[in-house]
Ligand binder design. Structure first.
Ligand SMILES: Nc1ncnc2c1ncn2[C@@H]1O[C@H](COP(=O)(O)OP(=O)(O)OP(=O)(O)O)[C@@H](O)[C@H]1O
Ligand SMILES: [Mg+2]
Length: 225
């Protein structure tokens, strides 16, 4: 079953006086519960495609269907709502909030997504997710007391605490050494399987492709067939 459907997606940017087409009529589907890896040379449009699919920036044309609704037809506030409740994000750097403990990174996310969990349920879910990513023992640590891989595990916990249907990951292992990269990818894979999360992941690291169910290549703003 398809989780996200993209049809004839276009994106242009104004560069100087010229309008440059960065995404060129992209047709693309994400299969529910599967991990799709997006690869391609630098500048081919991977991050642009991921951020548009995730509702983080607007397209110049085309359709993005999620749950039978079209993100391109929705108001900005509705897109924000879908993004906060149904999508999770992981980037190259963990982007944790300085001076907030690991536990409070998650509390903040829960409050931002306006999840109406009671205090006890909230604490239980935070404990569950931190145990899953093996960070419960670091629950009271601040980001600057954590290694890169530990930070990224907290970022993944934060990305899925609200039980999103879709996880968007742009080079989630690019700032990690190979051992930590494998750990992070094994974590993403097991979470995707256990919680039926659909994943779109951009990567430059060929070693990470074994964790994907499907690899799609972008070239010059198009998907290679
Ligand atoms: N806001 C913007 N304004 C103008 N041009 C942009 C903007 N965002 C992206 N681009 C251009 O779009 C093209 C694709 O960028 P994108 O970031 O999607 O590439 P990428 O495939 O993710 O590359 P990398 O592997 O280096 O991260 C690049 O030529 C980039 O300069
Ligand atoms: Mg990129």
């Amino acid at each position: 079953m398809s989780s996200l459907q993209i049809k004839e997606l276009e994106k242009s940017f104004k560069i100087g006086r010229n309008e440059e087409k960065i995404l060129k009529s992209i047709d693309f589907e994400l299969e529910e519960g599967k991990i799709t890896a997006l690869v391609g040379t630098s500048g081919s449009g991977k991050s642009t495609l991921l951020t548009i699919a995730a509702g983080l920036q607007k397209s110049s044309g085309g359709k993005i269907k999620f749950n039978d609704k079209d993100l391109t037809d929705m108001s900005s506030s509705k897109v924000r709502d879908v993004r906060a409740k149904e999508f999770g994000f992981v980037f190259q750097h963990a982007h944790l909030v300085p001076f907030l403990s690991v536990k409070d990174q998650l509390n903040l996310m829960i409050d931002t997504a306006e999840l109406k969990w009671r205090k006890k349920e909230k604490q239980q879910r935070i404990q569950d997710i931190l145990e899953t990513v093996d960070m419960w023992k670091h629950r009271d640590s601040d980001p600057d007391q954590l290694s890169g891989g530990e930070k990224q595990r907290v970022a993944i916990a934060r990305a899925i605490i609200h039980e999103p249907k879709l996880l968007f990951a742009d080079e989630p292992t690019a700032s990690l050494d190979s051992k930590r990269s494998v750990e992070v990818m094994e974590l993403i894979r097991s979470l995707s399987i256990e919680r039926n999360i659909t994943v779109l992941m951009v990567t430059h690291d060929e070693d990470m492709l074994v964790y994907a169910d499907r690899t799609v290549e972008m070239k010059d703003g198009k998907i290679e067939k």
